[in-house]
Design a protein around this ligand. Structure first.
Ligand code: FES
Length: 163
């Protein structure tokens, strides 16, 4: 007896393949197919909620320039702003009068997007914490944040992140 993979939209033989084989036996029925699909969707949703996005930070980002004046929080030392370069969520920190750091905000643990706090960064997924230098300092054990070079042109008032 022939077995067919599809059973929905039955036509001639009761199968989507329209082979005309009246003796064909479906592998699974429509109700089984729908139930299996619902279970698969629920499992996928649960995995997405519990495991972060599984994104990883690229080793480099393309050099991208910004006007410093577009980020008022970087007007003072210790200020932090967030932006995106090439689809990578970043944090830029003013570390001195003419020095800046940039970090990926993709958590090195399982890829959630980390948030800025008063003392650094916090991952909302499992609680990894990082200081303002991007170093892991507590919570879920993981590595430091990926950092990217920042060039500051004081004459032009621009920051160039990446290389
Ligand atoms: S994804 Fe687990 S601590 Fe960030």
């Amino acid at each position: 007896m022939t077995k067919h993979l599809t059973t929905i939209d039955a036509t001639t033989c009761g199968h989507a393949c329209a082979c005309g084989d009246a003796s064909a036996e479906p592998l699974i029925g429509r109700r089984q197919f729908v139930a299996f699909g619902a279970v698969a969707l629920a499992a996928a949703a649960l995995a997405a909620c519990s495991a972060g996005s599984d994104l990883t930070s690229p080793g480099t980002v393309s050099a991208t320039s910004f006007k410093l004046s577009d980020f008022p929080t970087l007007g003072t030392v210790g200020g932090v702003t967030t932006t995106t370069v090439g689809g990578v969520p970043l944090a830029i920190v003013r570390t001195g009068t003419s020095s800046f750091s940039a970090f990926s905000r993709i958590c090195p643990h399982q890829g959630s997007t980390i948030n800025v706090t008063s003392s650094g960064f916090l991952c909302p997924n499992h609680g990894a914490t990082f200081n303002a230098s991007g170093q892991w300092v507590g919570g879920q054990r993981t590595s430091n944040l990926t950092s990217y070079p920042v060039a500051y042109d004081s004459a032009a008032g621009t920051l160039t992140v990446g290389s």
